[in-house]
Design a binder for this molecule. Structure first.
Ligand code: GAL
Length: 630
């Protein structure tokens, strides 16, 4: 399959006279796809039931006449003002009990049934009218962005009680599972159970974790309703555009409902507040973005899409407007990010947005065109990629040698009971991912219920708090090197400590007898060099000990292909541990320079220089923003 390019376009923002010229320029640039419609509800239905679809019809005609394929977004992330008059209780409510008001976007609660019905109604109307004319769909826009998944509304409270009643059947069963005897928290009726906010001190972690699971199910339910409405009238593939480091709903659950996963990649926007990078790295990568954060999400969303189908739906094209500071990318980075996505298997990279908007919230957000319609810097780089795609053979995707589990429920469990500042599951998994990339390995991210590990040489499942039965049997049936821990299989599904004590893995005699957390500024040494940080377990084991602390106490134990790591290693120690495991797995780890990353596909090895300076690598000079393919 040939890689394609696209852009995000808002015909409702521009005079109709310029649509045809815009479409012509998009096609001339070599774009295949154009996404439209996702915020247009107030212009599609200015008042309840008053449908104005003709302009969208003409826009679709104009774009398709120019040879472009249209992705139509459902407009449900931006319910118009009249919707609030009609449903005054539709707003999401924050943890302090304040409604999240109209005046920007995403101001709805996923549990509000009548809003969900409105969202299905507008989706059905669009699908009836345009179902055979568009080439793909996008549901809503960025579920969870702006912290909009969790809502403490009355609608959520009612729905949560129903959800609990279905799950536990009786208050007694719930009380037992949650341990409500502790602090006299027993419930006599499901109707007595509130949402877990505004409690005097910490609520029962089982209560919080169940609320998080419920919240995730509400997102999946909301999405499924739109998917059903589309499928009744259209055969075109359906997608949703996910975000970077949004973990409040299970993307694998939502992803199973649709053909394609897409995500919105803003490498510079993310660097300061989502990556967890040191201040020094934030300066070093200020105009390039973190070398692993985009790749991590490319690999994650490849696993979320069906049969590995995924896109970048929004690619940063220049400075954005919403990060703490908003530098311009290094010249060449827009091209670089596009090739990086293709190297990880993206079918399409679409640039956000076609033309910079001189009004409203995102005035300083670059586009492919400036507000005066002249070409912006990214236009020229997109044109270069478009030429390169024509000349280059296609990038064939293959299974990577390494698998890394990512589990949304573990993120919620760690967040519910972190046991110390900085103890964050995403960061742990991301550290391991970074470590694997620093030794030159290509990685597949896999869901926690993966049942077979065939084809992998090395598998890691750090921090997966409750292992699924499917994954437990997968690790006992594989010859791959497997590293578990820290905190793997540490809790029951109701977030209690199981007895026998964790990790309770067949053929691995390791018992975690105590856990402790460390101050973020106080890492402690491994005997063989480097440090561990934040999370540390005391283990009892009869297995071979492969890492210890400075006093000789075990920090990693191994039985055949299975290893358990009892601490969270910092970069240097992690590199040693991963290098040794990679060698045992028959792989060929490298010691890459700081700014270099490699991605292997079936046809091509891509080498990327993420640094601001040229790097000498294997006898070649790779310039800043440089991409080599061999
Ligand atoms: C995304 C969003 C777009 C636009 C963009 C700006 O998160 O989906 O609508 O706001 O950010 O960078």
């Amino acid at each position: 399959m040939k890689r394609t390019l696209g852009t995000c376009y808002y015909p409702e923002h521009w005079p109709e006279e310029i649509w045809a010229e815009d479409a012509r320029r998009m096609a001339e640039l070599g774009l295949t796809w154009v996404r439209i419609g996702e915020f247009a509800w107030s212009r599609l239905e200015p008042s309840p039931g008053d449908l104005h679809f003709d302009w969208l019809d003409r826009a679709i005609t104009t774009l398709t006449d120019a040879g472009l394929k249209v992705v139509l977004g459902t407009p449900t992330a931006t319910p118009p003002r009249w919707m609030l008059t009609k449903h005054p209780d539709m707003l999401a409510v924050d943890a302090q009990g304040h409604p999240r008001k109209f005046g920007s976007r995403r101001h709805y609660c996923f549990s509000h049934d009548r809003y969900r019905e409105e969202s299905v109604r507008i989706t059905r109307l669009l699908a009836e009218r345009f179902g055979t004319r568009v080439a793909a769909w996008q549901t809503d826009n960025e579920y969870g962005c702006h912290d909009t998944t969790i809502s403490y509304s009355k609608s959520a409270e009612h729905a949560f009680r129903d959800w609990l009643a279905q799950k536990y059947q009786s208050p007694d069963a719930l009380n037992r599972a949650w341990g409500n005897v502790f602090w006299s928290m027993d419930y006599a009726s499901f109707d007595d159970i509130d949402l877990p906010n505004l409690t005097v001190t910490e609520p029962n972690p089982a209560h919080v974790l169940n609320f998080r699971r419920f919240t995730s199910d509400q997102v999946a339910r909301f999405n499924q309703a739109q998917v059903d409405a589309i499928r009744a009238h259209s055969d075109a593939p359906i997608s949703h555009n996910y975000m970077g480091r949004v973990t409040e709903f299970d993307h694998f659950d939502v992803g199973r409902q649709m053909e394609i996963a897409t995500w919105d990649s803003y490498p510079l926007g993310f660097l300061e507040d989502r990556v967890g990078a040191s201040a020094e790295d934030q300066r070093h990568y200020a105009r390039q973005g973190d070398p692993d954060f985009q790749a991590f999400h490319h690999d994650l969303y490849r696993a979320v899409g069906q049969d590995g189908r995924w896109w970048v739906m929004e690619q940063q094209p220049g400075p954005v407007n919403w990060a703490p500071s908003n530098p311009a990318p290094l010249p060449g980075m827009v091209r670089f990010w596009t090739w990086e996505a293709f190297a990880h298997g993206a079918e399409c990279v679409a640039y956000f947005r076609w033309r910079q908007a001189p009004f409203a919230q995102e005035q300083y957000h670059a586009g492919l065109l400036r507000p005066d319609s002249a070409e912006a810097e990214a236009f020229v780089e997109a044109a270069q990629v478009s030429d390169e795609i024509k000349q280059m053979p296609d990038v064939e995707q293959v299974q990577a040698p390494v698998a890394l589990v990512f589990d949304y429920a573990s993120q919620w469990a760690w967040a519910t009971q972190p046991q110390g500042t900085g103890c964050d599951y995403f960061q742990l998994v991301f550290d391991v991912y970074k470590g694997l990339r620093q030794i030159g390995l290509s990685v597949d991210i896999i869901p926690p219920d993966t049942a077979t590990l065939d084809g992998y040489a090395l598998v890691l499942a750090p921090g997966v708090i409750t292992l699924t039965d499917a994954f437990k049997s997968a690790i006992s049936n594989t010859d791959a090197q497997v590293i578990l821990g820290p905190r793997t299989n540490a809790k029951t599904a109701a977030l209690s400590i199981p007895v026998p004590l964790p990790p309770a893995i067949e053929n691995l005699d390791v018992t975690v007898s105590r856990v402790e957390t460390l101050r973020p500024d106080s890492p402690e040494p491994f005997a063989d060099g480097g440090h561990y940080k934040l999370w540390r377990e005391q283990i009892e084991t009869t297995e071979e000990i492969v890492e210890t602390d400075a006093d000789g106490r075990p920090l990693m134990a191994r039985a055949h292909h299975l290893s358990y790591l009892a601490a969270w290693p910092e970069a240097e120690a992690l590199r040693r541990i991963l290098t040794r495991a990679a060698i045992a797995a028959g792989l060929d780890p490298q010691d890459l320079p700081k700014d270099i990353r490699i991605r292997d596909t079936g046809t091509t090895r891509f080498t990327f220089n993420h640094g601001p300076e040229p790097v000498e690598f294997h006898g070649q000079t790779i310039p800043p923003a440089g991409v080599l393919w061999t």
